[in-house]
Design a protein around this ligand. Sequence first.
Ligand code: NAD
Length: 477
Amino acid sequence: MSYPQLSLYIDGEFIHGGGRKGQDILNPATEQVVGKLPHATREDLDRALTAAARAFESWKKSSPLERSKVLRRAGELMRERAGEIGRGITLDQGKPLAESTGEVLSCGEHAEWHAEECRRIYGRVIPARNPAVRQTVLREPVGVVAAFSPWNFPFSQAVRKVSAAIGAGCSVILKGPEDAPSAVVALAQIFHDAGLPKGVLNIVWGVPSEVSELLLGSPIVRKITFTGSTAVGKMLAAKAASQMKRCTMELGGHAPVIVCDDADVDQAVKSLVAFKFRNAGQVCISPTRFYVQEGIYDRFVAGFVAKTGALKVGDGLAEGTQMGPLAQKRRVAAVAGFVDDARERGASVLLGGAPVPGLGHFFAPTVIADLPETSRLLNEEPFGPVAGLVRFKTVDEVLARANSLPYGLASYVYTQSNRNAHLFSTGLAAGMVSINHLGLALAETPFGGINDSGMGSEGGVETFDGYLNTKFVTQFN
Ligand code: NAD
């Protein structure tokens, strides 16, 4: 089974092992070693910093048209290479091949969107009080960016960060996910082939805490962007704050789904089952707390369990697989902990509830009903193939329950009533609300959370905001 050769990418050069320390890469479906990832040495990281600082000085002066051309070409290459990159993702991350390939194809759109929008990073002219004065506002790239992308969407999360940084005129040092690195190495090759000047993008690997410590400690880095857990995000944001570095944080979520009595129940069940178990539930916007109104509760639960029970679980490379393994062994234990806690508190495990015996990090798609409000599953992000279902009586009551956690990323509502739709769209404390469908994470729409789910948006016209400084210039003639 061919798996791509892994490397660092520093100052336009791909660096393979060369005696460096590193780690084995496992296929989570078979637990077999598929590759070896070299870790950056201290010298490699210093070189990446120097290269990024040097490249920034010229890239910040590049024309928007030039940046746009590189991003557009990168988008074309993503589409052309989607098959091979997708295969690599399935081998090191585990998701079904159709999902992996779909992830890469959707990134073609993200690169294209950034190619289009970077030509529209405008300043403005502010009419002055004195006719002899000219007042302008300029938007300038923040500088060298340290980016940290996660393993659940190894390609798309890296693409969003890198495209925004490059489009804004910044240079980047990206530490990708060591658990699922092949897509990020492929991304470096794409930008290399698309003609990005050397040093504008650098890829490093290592022990996450050591790499982030060094990069955040450097005065060269002016901004950090991180996608991952809330706990790590808070720690990195605190370090960044102590040096006044800019931050974009895409952190954990615990998305409520509110299904009202007046919803189209069949449509809700159909779309929610597919969405819940996508990427084995390892998605920050995965629906996790299902609040179902009492009038349709039994019908919803029966339909949800039947559809979930029909999901085909297996190796992501096998034909027809709808859900693959969890990305790492530690996730199996973490998900089991949520189920055990629910059982101990008297909830009903209606389906699944245990790891799948045999090789691979598989956990059965799990549905748990009648959860007490204190259960871990209703309070902490499960990040796995577990759906917790609870009933509610009134919309006001469920709004308060949905808003009761510190998270605020995605939320979902199913209702045919405009009154309810308005109540939830204005009342839910979340960065994103999707009503009667699952319409998040498109290139042209902003993606981001509030409160413990982070700060800043990726995608949409907001995508460059975190990568630009505002400069005011006033001139008296
Ligand atoms: P974790 O908290 O150990 O790591 C989360 C991510 O942060 C990983 O990509 C890891 O490489 C990185 N990381 C960890 N310590 C770091 C440091 N000091 N500096 C820089 N990066 C660091 O958890 P995990 O077991 O890898 O993942 C499970 C949890 O992570 C889940 O519960 C979920 O909340 C969260 N997660 C969220 C997303 C997301 O899309 N928001 C993605 C992946 C993981």
